[in-house]
Write a protein that binds this ligand. Structure first.
Ligand SMILES: [Zn+2]
Length: 407
């Protein structure tokens, strides 16, 4: 059956004749609803909305956009997880770093070199960064993202919409995320003009970087939004040059909050010595039996830590991965605007995300030249929407809802 004959598996019985379109998805890291407002000059994407995000960071949100599944299904949430078996995680060979003095093993150059070696020896094609993780933790830590998300067939066992489109015989282009930003945009435009893909996935990280460094409303962030506006418009033009009906969807994974409170976790970590912990920029994750967890919670409360304690039940409610407790049996998530610094993943910055799901910065923005379906309001819905626009039959969301069919 040719694509032109397909009809969307929508609701109305007398379905209109459905013509699949060519679809350009522009993913902009850290494009939340308030960040979208800084893209003042962006033409042609008048339909805008906000999407409920997930608990976790981009390494969880991006898989949710690509698969349409919540983190509890694809298993991604934070960059570092607890290994299934100690000493067998992909990071365990790096324990030797702990033999070096701290001033040496914390050097960026050494860490980057170690990450390069690890990528090569373990065949990792995903995003690898060792940040400031204490080397003694490498024994039990693991990196869940081992694959190139845009080229992997599945993420945590769940197919991406890129995979579904490729399997259906569509021409698919996904921007090489490893390329530097400007080079990546130039490459994307060149490929779109030359190969006229049915589905293109463009990728921007510059906004996230600028917002972390300098915060919302900074010159750096505004200049980045202006530059991205130009790049996106050029990319849309390049996609349209291929002819046919083109729909553009610009989507973020979360927003960004300005930091106004910095919490140094050092003293608390000293008090909890012996407890298995991981300090992300906005979360303190805990492993251990009930008594251990209760003690950890008590210490955090005693320190007046601003935020919320999320036990397993609260994590389940948020559709976070809990089977095997890869990201902690419980965790403390800071209130929006607070930051752990220094944490195991970085120092002080001006902007951060990764707060609880009801925080404004946990929402992502979406903008399109096609009307947005009213009942769609979550990151999880994007994949089903893209599939429906491409005319990929029988695609439903993991919760069984039918794909959205454009009016
Ligand atoms: Zn970020």
């Amino acid at each position: 059956m040719s694509r032109e004959e397909m009809t969307p598996g929508g609701d109305s019985a007398g379905a209109r004749h459905f013509r699949p379109r060519r679809v350009l998805v522009v993913f902009v890291d850290a494009l939340g609803p308030s960040q979208l407002e800084t893209f003042e000059g962006l033409r042609g994407l008048p339909h805008r909305g906000r999407l409920r995000g997930i608990l976790g960071y981009s390494c969880g949100a991006l898989p949710t956009i690509l698969t349409g599944a919540p983190p509890e299904r694809h298993g991604r949430m934070c960059l570092f997880a607890h290994a299934e078996r100690e000493d067998e995680g992909v990071l365990s060979p790096l324990r030797w770093l702990g033999l070096l003095p701290r001033q040496v093993h914390e050097r960026g150059m050494l860490r980057r070199a170690a990450a390069r070696v690890l990528k090569r020896t373990e065949g990792l094609t995903g995003y690898v960064d060792l940040y400031r993780v204490p080397p003694e933790l490498f024994r039990w830590l693991d990196l869940p993202e081992r694959e190139d998300l845009f080229n992997a067939e599945r993420i945590g066992g769940v197919e991406t919409f890129l995979t579904k489109a490729r399997r259906a015989g569509l021409r698919v282009f996904a921007a090489p995320w490893q390329m530097p930003e400007e080079e990546r945009w130039a490459h994307t435009c060149a490929v779109l003009r030359a190969s006229k893909p049915d589905l293109a996935f463009a990728y921007a990280t510059a906004l996230d970087g600028a917002l972390h460094r300098t915060g919302n409303g900074s010159q750096d962030a505004l200049a980045t939004a202006r530059r991205l506006t130009e790049r996106i418009e050029q990319t849309v033009d390049a996609m349209r040059a291929g002819g046919g009906d083109v729909t553009t969807v610009m989507v973020g994974d979360h927003g960004m909050a300005d930091i106004h409170e910095v919490v140094d976790p050092k003293r608390m970590l000293g008090e909890l010595l012996g407890t298995r912990l991981f300090v992300d920029s906005t979360m303190l994750r805990v492993w251990g039996d009930e008594r251990t967890r209760e003690k950890a919670r008590e210490r955090m409360v005693a320190h007046g830590l601003p935020g919320r304690w999320l036990d397993t039940e609260a994590l389940v409610e948020r559709q976070a991965p809990v089977r095997g407790a890869p990201y902690g049996q419980a965790l403390f998530v800071l209130r929006e605007g607070a930051l752990f610094a220094p944490s195991f993943v970085g120092g002080n910055v001006r902007g951060m995300h990764g707060y609880d799901v009801d925080s404004p910065s946990a929402y992502a923005a979406i903008a399109s030249d096609a009307p947005l379906p009213r009942d769609r309001g979550a990151l999880m819905d994007v994949a089903g929407w893209v599939c429906a626009m491409l005319g990929l039959e029988g695609e439903t969301n993991p919760d069984g809802r039918p794909p959205w069919a454009a009016a």
